[in-house]
Design a protein around this ligand. Structure first.
Ligand code: A2R
Length: 329
């Protein structure tokens, strides 16, 4: 195939997961687009169609491109995944089978950082409770009580100092809040104090903002020991993945006063949220909306399309993940 142009032979693509207009309309005449919203739909595609599919757009993190799905597509060259986290894609299996995996980093960084910052302030200053207070008419009788939480006296430990972690740190800088961070390796991009040990950092701060990838290496890393180290003024904000937090341990820590409060955009078994969390007044609960604005979700969809188009016109994938075997075209 000549570099820069899509071959005259049509390329079969699969949209795996929800279909949205940019995905539906993004592929030109050079592609034949098949659709499977669920694993069941994928299994119902005829063997003749599965045999032809060369690229897959995975359009939501609830659809898993695991070994079982990928092995049904013998001609597959690329999985273009929607979202920056790709713990729902078996990138290791893909690499072993020479399948390129791409994600959609950068285009959502500032949006997720905005949500993280908003969630922190809402949790500390009780915006959701205060809103209910106004609507209920209680303000007519007395002023809203002073919030125990405040950004003014906080020190934040960011767990994960990648693209989004750094964008959160910039917002905290602007708010004059001291920042330190934990990751496996110190980042060359920042001068904040690095803690190689998460517990040591949790002891040194009163607020944790979590923005690491999901997957085995971070599974339940925010656990009872971390909450104990964080202490009774402790606040947890999680905009990463639900799997990163030991959720029963979090419920226990909030109930017992081991920590003060939590702001959560992600949960262990979405969209199910434990009733115990829903009953608590010291938590703010969001339905995984970190990147969920029209402008940002459109940019993410477009990057999924652009990755597939780039590859099938003989160019390099735009945003391959770290595990991908791509060595340059
Ligand atoms: O550990 P390092 O040096 O690789 O630093 C990365 C850190 N990280 C971890 N920190 C501690 N323990 C781990 N097991 C671990 N694994 C990764 O998370 C790095 O500082 C950060 C990830 O940064 P980026 O790859 O630039 O990701 P980005 O765009 O900031 O998004 C983070 C996550 C996504 O994967 C989604 O799950 C979520 O935000 O929306």
């Amino acid at each position: 195939m000549a570099a820069g142009s899509i071959s005259s032979e049509k390329i079969d693509l699969l949209i795996y997961g929800p279909v949205r207009p940019i995905l539906e309309n993004g592929f030109s005449d050079h592609f034949v687009v098949h659709k499977a919203e669920t694993r069941g739909d994928l299994e119902r595609l005829t063997p003749a169609i599965r045999e032809k599919i060369r690229g897959v757009a995975v359009t939501y993190h609830t659809v898993r491109a695991d070994k079982e799905s990928l092995s049904q597509l013998p001609k597959i060259e690329m999985v273009a995944s929607f979202g920056v986290g790709y713990d729902h894609i078996d990138a290791k299996y893909a690499a072993e089978h020479n399948i390129i995996v791409t994600n959609t980093p950068d285009v959502l960084t500032e949006e997720v950082a905005d949500v993280a910052m908003g969630l922190l302030i809402s949790t500390l200053r009780e915006f959701i409770k205060a809103d209910r207070y106004v609507r209920s008419g209680l303000w007519q009788t007395q002023n809203y009580p002073l919030s125990v939480g405040s950004l003014r006296d906080r020190k934040v430990g960011i767990v994960g100092m990648g693209r989004i972690g750094q964008a959160i740190a910039r917002r905290l800088d602007a708010s004059l809040v001291p920042v330190v961070y934990h990751s496996r390796n110190p980042s060359k991009d920042v001068s904040y104090k690095h803690y190689p040990d998460l517990i040591e950092m949790a002891k040194a701060v009163d607020t944790l903002m979590v923005i690491v990838p999901g997957g085995a290496s971070t599974n339940k890393m925010i656990n009872a020991e971390v909450f104990k180290a964080l202490g009774p003024r402790g606040v947890l904000v999680n905009v990463a993945r639900g799997s990163v937090v030991d959720e029963p341990a979090l419920v226990q820590a909030l109930k017992s006063g081991t920590i003060l409060a939590a702001g959560l955009d992600v949960f262990a078994a979405e969209p199910t949220v434990p009733d115990e969390l829903k009953a608590m007044q010291n938590v703010v609960l969001l339905p995984h909306i970190g990147s969920a604005s029209v402008v940002t979700r459109n940019a993410m969809d477009q990057l999924v399309v652009d990755n597939l188009k780039s590859w099938f016109s003989g160019k390099a994938p735009l945003t391959p993940v770290a595990e991908t075997p791509f060595k340059g075209r």
